[in-house]
Design a protein around this ligand. Structure first.
Ligand SMILES: *[C@@H]1O[C@H](CO)[C@@H](O)[C@H](O)[C@H]1NC(C)=O
Ligand SMILES: *[C@@H]1O[C@H](CO)[C@@H](O)[C@H](O)[C@H]1NC(C)=O
Ligand SMILES: *[C@@H]1O[C@H](CO)[C@@H](O)[C@H](O)[C@H]1NC(C)=O
Length: 325
């Protein structure tokens, strides 16, 4: 299938499989992230580590997915196909019950067939297993999503475990999917609307050793034009900013604090993508809200710091995913 191939080829190129020396890739995903990042010109939030990543990246301003919701956007990212081709029209599991078609060949499947070791840490929420297999997996399917997706110390240790069990010279693809800044008031209300209190060291909240919580005054947040400017919305955004800060600090500990195995160089192809459902809005495709993915990625210094004007519709428009301008 040409569309799948063109999407995957860009990623394979970023893994360097088409070059003599194989390179590895780390893909970081945010769950329900919006544009609340310094790199996207939000001046109220403090995200120094994501901003530093963006400075050595190509920042896409026009990357879209055709369904701006959890499992469908993840499935597009991992297959290079739009929902009507990969079958993941809605949420996986529970009563929603959506899955990709059995014949779909996903990125982890193709990479595994090419001899690349694959790993996932954090939220998976796509299926079936045969379509999205990973050699190393710590996800909500066999553990607590709070631990594997929000506890940045636990996530750091899992990344370390993955790297320490990696054969020298064999390329890897590691997909780290944060559960931050997804809402959590419906499932764990004791931790706050966005689980912003989980691990903050207060009584009953536990502690995440690598996290220094940042709190925001609701008066200071930037309320997007499509959200009513009410005290409730501002309180929500302030809590959301705190969880984005946890993910930002996670970005630091996942990378800088990893002792790499002998023979490894820290020249990974890096990607940050956002599962693009703005909080509380559901699948709304307003340009500033739902459907933009805002992908940053670029192993070559060539394009660092330059904005990507390319129209990158993951899985749509013939599966184009032009990482290189
Ligand atoms: C942020 O604003 C600057 C100045 O207006 C602009 O050059 C840049 O492209 C903006 N970044 C994004 C990601 O929109
Ligand atoms: C989750 O699965 C992995 C195998 O992919 C296994 O090594 C790990 O121990 C499992 N974790 C739990 C909590 O069962
Ligand atoms: C986070 O993970 C670390 C390492 O496993 C653990 O010591 C700590 O208690 C965890 N924090 C919470 C809030 O669960």
């Amino acid at each position: 299938m040409p569309s799948l191939w063109s999407a995957c080829c860009a990623l394979l190129l970023s893994l360097g499989l088409c070059r003599a020396r194989p390179r590895s890739a780390l893909l970081i995903l945010a769950d329900d992230g919006g544009f609340e990042i310094g790199a996207y010109n939000n001046s109220a939030i403090v995200t120094p580590h994501l901003d530093a990543l963006a400075r050595r990246s190509l920042v896409f301003r026009n990357a879209f997915t055709s369904v701006s919701s959890c499992s469908p956007s993840r499935a597009s990212l991992l297959t290079g196909l739009p929902q009507h081709q990969n079958g993941m029209y809605g949420l996986h599991q529970d009563l929603h019950h959506f899955s990709s078609f059995d014949k779909v060949r996903s990125l982890p499947l193709l990479l595994r067939q090419a001899g690349v070791r694959t790993g996932i840490i954090g939220k998976k929420h796509v299926g079936p297993e045969a379509v999205f297999p990973f050699d190393f997996a710590y996800t909500e399917e066999n553990g607590s999503v709070l631990q594997v997706g929000r506890n940045i110390t636990r996530m750091k240790l899992l990344v370390r475990k993955f790297l320490q069990t990696q054969d020298e010279g064999r390329p890897f693809f590691l997909y780290v999917a944060f559960h931050d800044p997804h809402r959590c008031g419906h499932s764990q209300p004791q931790y706050g609307a966005f689980c912003e209190k989980f691990g903050n060291g207060e009584s009953g909240m536990g502690r995440i050793p690598d996290w220094t919580p940042q709190t925001y005054d609701p008066q200071d947040v930037l309320v997007p034009y499509f959200v009513p400017d009410t005290p409730a919305a501002r309180a929500d955004l302030a809590a959301q900013y705190t969880t984005i800060g946890r993910m930002d600090q996670g970005g630091r500990v996942l990378g800088a604090q990893q002792p790499l195995p002998r023979g490894w160089r820290r020249d990974l192809g890096l990607g940050l993508c956002r599962d693009p459902a703005a909080p509380g809005l559901g699948p709304l495709c307003a340009p500033e809200a739902g459907c933009r993915l805002g992908t940053c990625s670029q192993p070559q210094e060539l394009a660092w710091g330059s904005p990507g004007e390319a129209y990158a519709e993951l899985g749509g428009g013939g599966g184009q995913f032009p990482l290189w301008p």
